[in-house]
Design a protein around this ligand. Sequence first.
Ligand code: COA
Length: 150
Amino acid sequence: MIRDLGNGFELDDDPARIDVASVHRFLTEQAYWAIGRPYELQERLIREATRVVGVYRDGSQIGFARAVSDHNSFVYLADVYVDPAFRGHGLGIELVREMVENGPLSNRRWLLHTSDAHDLYRKFGFAEPDFKLMERPVQPPPGGNAGSGS
Ligand SMILES: CC(C)(COP(=O)(O)OP(=O)(O)OC[C@H]1O[C@@H](n2cnc3c(N)ncnc32)[C@H](O)[C@@H]1OP(=O)(O)O)[C@@H](O)C(=O)NCCC(=O)NCCS
């Protein structure tokens, strides 16, 4: 699927098109949840994702989102970003819309974590969970570091 957004911008869910180095550079340097994430891990997360959506400007990667699902109970949305130079023009909304509403996973229960983008996700039906949802946080190994969240 390629969706033309005009002005040289497009969305594409072809995993082979993802510029792994570009995605890794952004996430590891600028995303609070992925600082220091090893390249090999980022490569695997993309390879094993149920669906990835890239945002491209004149063919260059400027945004990304990744979803993981068991195709039954849940979909987890992670690693959503738009390059700072292109923010504030609706690309983030279209990226999340494409992933959540237009794709093959649209009729599943979606989960995510966010520190500050709640209102972005509210536009697509995300809300604080009710009492049925429980979470087991990362358990720090004795004397070691906790793993990363998303
Ligand atoms: C979040 C992000 C993807 C939004 O991309 P964007 O292209 O600037 O977003 P849009 O222009 O489509 O607008 C996003 C909408 O969500 C709203 N929003 C809510 N919280 C937001 C937040 N923390 N950051 C950006 N937008 C936010 C905006 O106000 C806007 O709504 P509006 O059009 O009604 O004003 C981008 O700011 C980003 O990459 N941030 C850093 C990474 C990040 O925090 N990702 C989310 C992790 S859960």
